[in-house]
Design a protein around this ligand. Structure first.
Ligand code: PNS
Length: 160
C-alpha cells in the first residue's frame, strides 16, 4: 500500500492544486491531502473551511482523503505511515523555497522522501493569493478554481 501526503495551506484550493491531487492520486494507493493549521500565518479561510473546500473539489477521486494537521510535517508523515511527501512546483519561483523545505525535512527525518511534480503549464500562474485578490476585486475566478466552490470563495472574499 503506497501512501503519499500532499501538504499545504490551501487558502483556498485552486485548479493548480487539484491538478497535482489528480495526478499524484494515480501514482499511489492513498493520497492524503494535509491542510496545515497555520498558527503564524493569517489565513482567510478557517482550517475546517479549507478542508471542506478540498473535499468538495476532489470528491470524484476515490483514493483521496483530506485532513488537517498541526506541528511538524515529518511527524505527521510518520503518523500517517506515508511513503513520500508530494509537492507541486510551478516554476523557478517555487524551487528555492521547496528545496529548502525538502532539505530541512530530510535532516529532521532522513526516512522522509519529498517528490516534486511539475504543475501543468496552464496552471503554473495560479496561486491562492491571486485567486483571493481577483475575487476580492470582483473579477472572475472560473478559470482558476473548480466550479463547485466558486460561490463560497466569492462570498468569503467579498464579505469584509
Ligand atoms: O501551501 P504552503 O503554505 O506552501 O505549505 C507549506 C507547508 C504546509 C508544506 C509547510 O509550511 C509545512 O510543512 N509546515 C509544517 C511545519 C514544518 O514541518 N516546518 C518545518 C519544515 S519547513
Amino acid at each position: 500500500m503506497k501512501i503519499f501526503v500532499y501538504p499545504g495551506s490551501f487558502d483556498p484550493v485552486t485548479n493548480g492544486h487539484l491538478d497535482i491531487i489528480n495526478r499524484a492520486a494515480r501514482l499511489c494507493d492513498q493520497l492524503i491531502v494535509g491542510v496545515l493549521v497555520n498558527i503564524s500565518k493569517k489565513t482567510m479561510f478557517s482550517v475546517d473551511e479549507r478542508v471542506e473546500l478540498i473535499k468538495k473539489a476532489a470528491c470524484g477521486i476515490g483514493n483521496v482523503q483530506v485532513e488537517s494537521f498541526s506541528g511538524l510535517l515529518v511527524d505527521w508523515v510518520r503518523i500517517k505511515n506515508a511513503d513520500a511527501i508530494i509537492k507541486g512546483l510551478r516554476a523557478v519561483q517555487d524551487f528555492e523555497y521547496e528545496l529548502q523545505m525538502a532539505d530541512l525535512n530530510k535532516i529532521l527525518d532522513p526516512q522522509v522522501e519529498t517528490l516534486f511534480m511539475m504543475s501543468s503549464a496552464n496552471y503554473s500562474c495560479i496561486s491562492s493569493s491571486a485567486v483571493k485578490e481577483i475575487a476580492g476585486m470582483g473579477g472572475s475566478i472560473k478559470e482558476f478554481v473548480p466550479e463547485s466552490i466558486i460561490n463560497e470563495i466569492m462570498l468569503k472574499c467579498n464579505s469584509k
